[in-house]
Design a protein around this ligand. Structure first.
Ligand code: PLP
Length: 381
């Protein structure tokens, strides 16, 4: 597989040695005509895989109807997308603010938390990733040392150890505006926080009057086999941020707010040009339609179980995570396994944990595809 020259692109990404020309279902097709099984979904984005008929139709129909009007103009497709998303999330949230990216959704969640509490501190969790903007980057573990580059962070942040309930009282105090957590950490390697920890976060936030924000940019929108990880763990945050699978590749994100937060959203409190554009909203509606009509949550749960039962072979010693945000723990560097799988036509992902091979497949994945992974892994040491 040959690497394409990308002379004028900013050289900020290490690229895989595979050039995709087209894609279909869970398969990527390279320029050289090879088929690659996609277990990574473009960083968790391609929830419906490629060429999904409902999603493709929704976008082309919306493009013909009206490709863009801003939030200054009411549009039925926007109203519908918000309603569908609120219903999909299970009824705990009553407002949606559409934006363009995960970082921007987190930025706006924080803005609401500061506005409501008038406090200056945020508690985040070690190894978490929340995006590249000044605020989201400030909450991202290791960002300051690696790529942050802004002269200072815009508020005080402290990082809490994962799953350590005993550390909460020290980090979450009357100065804390918000606690931000990925219920299942993505980039860190599909590390799930578990119900007891998330429940303890909820309790501590209530004790001190801080707002609880679930960053479900990677783990949300059905990826855990539940609408959101909040549903899986039975914990109700004050806000959820969603992106990635939300649009199946059409850039979009959303901030969902519970009534207590919604009450503080006033005219001009938040803003965006592209957020909530009709194409994005058509994509969101099509994603929810597909998840519901094709019973994809059930499929994610079933096939995830199958992966966990069958893929602890070869270099894999254990699995972690939830649904289709899975980490396969490897006894040698996951980067090596990643490269070896790609050689035989399987694209997986890696994580900041060097011994985790991360799987973020489209929700349409079937057992027969998992068998290909299992067979490939079983041939590796
Ligand atoms: C959990 C989480 N939050 C936020 C982000 C940032 O999203 P975006 O790249 O759309 O700004 C990501 C991206 O990987 C993510 O995984």
């Amino acid at each position: 597989m040959k690497h394409a020259p990308a002379d004028h692109l900013a050289p900020v990404f290490a690229q895989y040695p595979v050039e995709v020309a087209s894609a279909d279902g869970v398969w990527l097709l390279t320029r050289g005509g090879e088929r690659v099984l996609d277990l990574y979904g473009g960083h968790a984005v391609a929830a419906l895989g490629y060429g999904h008929p409902g999603w493709t139709r929704a976008l082309s129909e919306q493009a013909q109807l009206c490709n863009f009007q801003s939030n200054a103009v009411p549009m039925d497709v926007r109203t519908r997308a918000a309603e569908r998303l609120v219903q999909f999330a299970g009824g705990h949230f009553d407002r949606v603010f559409f934006v363009n990216s995960g970082a921007e959704a987190n930025e706006n969640a924080l803005r609401m938390a500061f506005r409501i509490t008038k406090r200056t501190h945020v508690a985040a969790v070690e190894y978490g990733f929340h995006g590249r903007t000044a605020a989201a980057g400030a909450l991202t573990w290791g960002a300051l040392e690696k790529w942050y580059a802004f002269p200072r962070t815009p508020f005080d942040v402290s990082f809490m150890p994962r799953r350590d309930v005993s550390a909460l009282a020290q980090h979450i105090t009357e100065k804390t505006a918000a606690v931000v957590v990925e219920p299942v950490q993505g980039l860190a390697g599909a590390f799930d926080m578990g119900a007891p920890y998330l429940e303890a976060l909820r309790k501590r936030c209530d004790e001190v009057g801080a707002l609880l924000i679930f960053d479900e940019v990677q783990c949300g929108m059905g990826r855990t086999g539940h609408p959101f990880a909040a549903n899986l763990y039975g914990v109700k945050p004050d806000m959820i941020t969603a992106a990635k699978a939300l649009g199946n590749g059409f850039p979009c994100a959303a901030l969902l707010t519970a009534p207590k937060v919604s009450a503080a959203i006033k005219l001009d409190a938040l803003g965006t040009t592209y957020g909530g554009g009709p194409m994005a909203c058509a994509a969101i509606e099509a994603v929810i339609d597909a998840i519901e009509s094709e019973k994809l949550l059930e499929r994610v749960q079933r096939v995830s179980k199958y992966i966990r039962e069958t893929c602890v072979v070869g270099p894999v010693t254990a699995t972690q995570g939830a649904g289709f945000l899975l980490g396969l723990r490897t006894k040698r560097p996951a980067k090596e396994i990643h490269a070896e799988l790609l050689e035989v036509g399987i694209l997986a992902g890696t994580a900041t944990d060097p011994n985790i091979l991360r799987l973020l497949p489209p929700f349409i994945l079937e057992e027969q595809h998992v068998d290909l992974l299992r067979d490939a892994l079983s041939h590796l040491a």
